[in-house]
Ligand binder design. Sequence first.
Ligand code: FES
Length: 280
Amino acid sequence: MKQKEDAVVISQECIAPGVYSMWIKTDKIAEETVAGQFISVYCKEGSRILPRPISICEVKKEEKSLRIVYRIAGKGTEEFSTYTEGTSISILGPLGNGFFKREKSAMLIAGGIGVPPMVELAKELKKQGVTEIISVIGYRDGNLFLKEELEKYSQVYVATEDGSAGVKGNVMNAIREYGLKADVIYSCGPKPMLRAVKEFGLSHEIETQISLEEKMACGIGACLGCVCHSKDIDEHSNVRNKRICKDGPVFRAEEVELLTPDEQRERIASGIMIKKEEQA
Ligand code: FES
């Protein structure tokens, strides 16, 4: 059950240029978290009213602590990067649904700041008894943050855009190069990558789950500020929308359409998708 808590920063470190890892001591949130969920972190600076959604990277339930790994993407996350041990913060969570874990061979496909939630997922799948876990992770360059953590639980394959490590190109290049396969795909990362993963999964008849990212306002399903286009009509909004914060962030690939910005504008103009800016 989601709740707002006063939590405390246990530690924070920069693990790649502009990418930070923060461990947080919580009251109840860590105990209730499953892989793929996220928390909303509130800023201390009063002018930044909206909390920032950040995916959960790792959980230590017995210690009531959780780890978030985030990239500085604006003033809010820049503020978070200044927090040190003992800083008290307000967080809301755990939010969203998390991955639907199967007891089948797994391929975790992630790019950039989509990599963090895969660490907890790989850990939980291994704990659940899944023996074949592959991680295919893509980066811009040789800053392979969280690779070592994933290696504890899975066989890791790397792709980098500049070719400085692993296969040159993206995660799909690595999948093709090594001929990788699994019964279930779990994926998180930028939309173009997710589009390619969805196509690969559906064309190979592999169950494919994708975790979507979107700017959020309320984080709890009330404002429609984070919708994506869905195959079915949503009962809440009566149009083809899904709220990423509440119905997701994890969806079955066939449930949602991963539109380009131009396609999304067309859907909004034709009224089959609610214009987010009016609702947020
Ligand atoms: Fe408000 Fe998702 S952020 S509905």
